[in-house]
Design a protein around this ligand. Structure first.
Ligand code: ATP
Length: 295
C-alpha cells in the first residue's frame, strides 16, 4: 500500500482507495470494482462524507430486520470484502446471519479468495462455492446458494447490482442495500436503502445491535413497520441538494455572515435573483416532502 500521511485532508478517502486497490491485487476485487468505488466516492463527497440522520435511521431499521429474520443472509462482493471483512463477519455473528459470497463478475477463484479472507477475519462458514443458477437472471449473475440467499427471508446486500437487487425484492425477500447513490436502481428497489458509506454504516450498525437485541420482537416490528424508504431516499437527495446549494452560495458570497464574521449584504441584483430562486426551490422541496409523508 502507498504510505498516506495521517494529516492529509483526504486521508480516509485515500486509504479507502488503497484498500480497494489491495483487494484487486489480492484477486478478490474486480477491476470494475475500482470504478464502482469511484462512483461511490463521488456520491459520498456530495453527501458530505458523514452518516446523515436518515441513513442512521435506515441503519437502525436494517439491524431490527436482521434480528427479526428467520434466515438472514449477508451477501458479500469483492468491494465489500476489501473494505470491511472484519465488520461483515462481526455483523453476521451478532445477528446470526449467514455469509454468502456473491459476485457480479463471478470467477471460482475470486469466490475462493473472498471466502478465505472472511475466514481469516473470523468467519466459520461462508457460502458461495456451491451456487446454482436459481435467480431469474441470465448467466453467472443468477447463481446463489439454495440454503443461503435463495432461502433467505432478509438479505443484506452491501453494494449490490441493481438488476439482482430488483429480482431479490420481487422474490418476496426483504432487501437491505447499502449504496451511496440514492438514484441507483439498487437504492430505488431495495426495501431499506442505506445511503451511506459501507465503512461508516457497518460499525454504526454493529454498535446498535446490543440495544435492539435487548428489545422484544413486537417493539422491533413496530420500528420496522413505521419505516418509509421513500423518506430516506428523498432525504439523501435533499442533503445533496442542500450541500450543492451551500457550496454555490459560498462561491457567490451569500450567507457567509455567520461564518466569516459579518460579510456585508450584497446589492447585486443577480445574487438577489439567485437567492429568490433558492427560496422557491426550497418551498417546492418542502411541499414534495409533505406529499411523500402523507402517502
Ligand atoms: P445500479 O445497478 O444499482 O443502478 P450502478 O450501476 O450505478 O448501480 P454499480 O457499479 O453496480 O453501480 O455499483 C456501485 C454502486 O456502489 C454505486 O452506486 C456506488 O455509489 C456504490 N458504492 C461504491 N462504493 C461504496 C461504498 N464504499 N459504500 C457505499 N456504496 C458504495
Amino acid at each position: 500500500m502507498t504510505e498516506i500521511p495521517k494529516n492529509h485532508p483526504r486521508y480516509e478517502s485515500l486509504m479507502t482507495r488503497e484498500q480497494i486497490a489491495a483487494g484487486v491485487d489480492k484477486g478478490m476485487t474486480s477491476r470494475q470494482g475500482l470504478i464502482a468505488q469511484g462512483r461511490g466516492e463521488a456520491f459520498d463527497y456530495l453527501i458530505g462524507e458523514k452518516t446523515t440522520e436518515s441513513a442512521d435511521y435506515a441503519e437502525a431499521v436494517a439491524v431490527c430486520l436482521l434480528l427479526l429474520a428467520e434466515n438472514p443472509v449477508i451477501s458479500v462482493n469483492g468491494n465489500a470484502a476489501a473494505l470491511a471483512p472484519a465488520g461483515l463477519v462481526t455483523l453476521a455473528r451478532l445477528t446470526d446471519a449467514k455469509l454468502e459470497v456473491n459476485l457480479f463478475h463471478r470467477t471460482e477463484e475470486r469466490i475462493r479468495k473472498i471466502i478465505d479472507e472472511l475466514k481469516e477475519n473470523g468467519a466459520d462458514v461462508v457460502l458461495g462455492e456451491n451456487a446454482e443458477p436459481l435467480l431469474p437472471l441470465e448467466h453467472e449473475r443468477a447463481k446463489v446458494e439454495r440454503t443461503g440467499i435463495y432461502d433467505a427471508d432478509v438479505i443484506f446486500v452491501p453494494l449490490e447490482d441493481g438488476d439482482r437487487c430488483k429480482v431479490l425484492s420481487e422474490m418476496k425477500k426483504l432487501v437491505i442495500a447499502i449504496d451511496l447513490n440514492p438514484l441507483s436502481r439498487t437504492a430505488q428497489t431495495a426495501h431499506v436503502s442505506v445511503i451511506d458509506n459501507l465503512k461508516r454504516a457497518l460499525p454504526n450498525m454493529i454498535r446498535m445491535v446490543p440495544e435492539f437485541k435487548s428489545m422484544n420482537k413486537e417493539d422491533l416490528w413496530e420500528i420496522v413497520q413505521a419505516y418509509d424508504n421513500n423518506i430516506v431516499l428523498m432525504d439523501a437527495i435533499e442533503t445533496i441538494k442542500e450541500n450543492l446549494t451551500a457550496r454555490q452560495n459560498e462561491i457567490l458570497g451569500i450567507g457567509r455572515n455567520e461564518k466569516d464574521g459579518g460579510r456585508k449584504k450584497t446589492n447585486d441584483p443577480r445574487q438577489k435573483e439567485r437567492m429568490k430562486r433558492n427560496e422557491e426551490t426550497a418551498r417546492k422541496v418542502m411541499m414534495r416532502g409533505g406529499d411523500l409523508m402523507m402517502e
